[in-house]
Design a protein around this ligand. Sequence first.
Ligand code: SF4
Ligand code: SF4
Length: 489
Amino acid sequence: MRFPFALSAKIAAHIIKHKLRRTPRFAMVLQLEPLHTCNLSCTGCGRIREYSTNLKDMVPLEKCLEVANECEAPMVSICGGEPLIYPQIEELVDGILQQGRIVYICTNGVFMRRKLVDYLASIYSTGLEPKLQELLAEQLITDKQVETIRKGRTHSRPVIAPSKWLYWNVHVDGLEYTHDLIVEREGVFKECVEAVKLAKRLGFQVATNTTVYRETDVREIEETFQFFSWLGVDGHTISPGYDYDAAKKDMAQRLGKDPEEFFLTRAMTREKFKDIQRWGEQFTIFGTPVYQEFLAGKRELTCTAWAIPTYNIRGWKAPCYLMTDGHYPTYRQMLDEVDWEKYGVVDGVARDPRCENCMTHCGYDPSGALGTNYRRGDNWMNFKYNFWPRPPRFAEGHKVNAYNGVSIGKGHLAEAKAALKDGGTAPAADASGGCCGSGDTRERDALLEKVRTNGGKPGGGTPHVGARCGSDEPAEDETASAAGVEKQA
Ligand code: SF4
Ligand code: SF4
């Protein structure tokens, strides 16, 4: 089966229960943001700018567990900020699992191996020694970590252990060059890969989480799937990035520039996702095939943002994960008081101008499962997608030139970042919102421009990007596109 039977059955049962009760709106996935502190500061991340990132501003553990119960979503996606910074992340994961819910830990991957080492310590016995030696030989753990593991469990707190109800969901926006550029730190991609490898060796379920931006080259996304499929990951979440800043659109109009220079428009999203159904056959893409048809431009869907509610330090965030028009103390109050008819796009017409270009997973993926805009055959299509055999691991994934950035000496960020700071040209952060993984790429665009003009190296020159499978050198026509970041800068 493409997804574990127990998981698919749990979600199907939840939908059927509410359909039988004729519940007009209900939660499918809770996006729980226990804090907004992050160890990274990705360009375009509104989350770390819209909310306080002070570690004092956290949702207490008891409240996190209470809101999961309150909305009754069968799945909880713990995000942020970086959730592994939350001091009681283990208790939070454990508590939600005890409620019988599916947990996704959405992480940038940097601290993931530490948590995996904690798990190894918790199960340590001398019988684990051969495995530790293997992991050491593969450089997935260090000598120092082996010493820590050998001390065994030193506390009575829970640890994050493998479970069929738990997924690590690792943020990966491309191969090394692109991903490190997007997160603005060299070495992050490599750490993510090592963490994924270690997690898989320890029996965890792992997914990747990818946002497609205006400048993303979809060939690279496919290669990223190939590479991570070969590593044995259990699935991939993919969603178009999104920018709703209407003021930017006004500016574009006043300057007389083509809005497509700034926006991932619906048309652009459809173009980028035109192969998603083929990807869905080749790889374990999370999300319904109905949503995939929507992304590919083959049908319309109505936004069901209430089905993926977000809770954070200020309450239930309305109307959606992306936009903030208010916060509510309870999920029920949010459902009752928000005028949901004001949002989304119906028959190609945006009810709210900020929704115009949105096709994101958090607004539309549940629509595919909930049967909005139902077409005959949709239920069978969804059933088949979930319960049919899973696509095999991509055997040729090792041929993908995943390490096309700092690992082979293409340090391209530090110089450009320093130049931006020194010149005082870094664009101001957008205070209007956005989110973790939003499509607001203005800061990154400025960084890219510096990479382009500096060549990412002291002294400038042509940046060396985009080497493709099996080669360190880019094909001439691919120089600007394979890394998916250069040509629009
Ligand atoms: S996009 Fe995610 S990983 Fe990056 S700074 Fe924002 S919260 Fe952190
Ligand atoms: S269409 Fe997108 S931006 Fe608008 S309410 Fe739905 S999820 Fe939010």
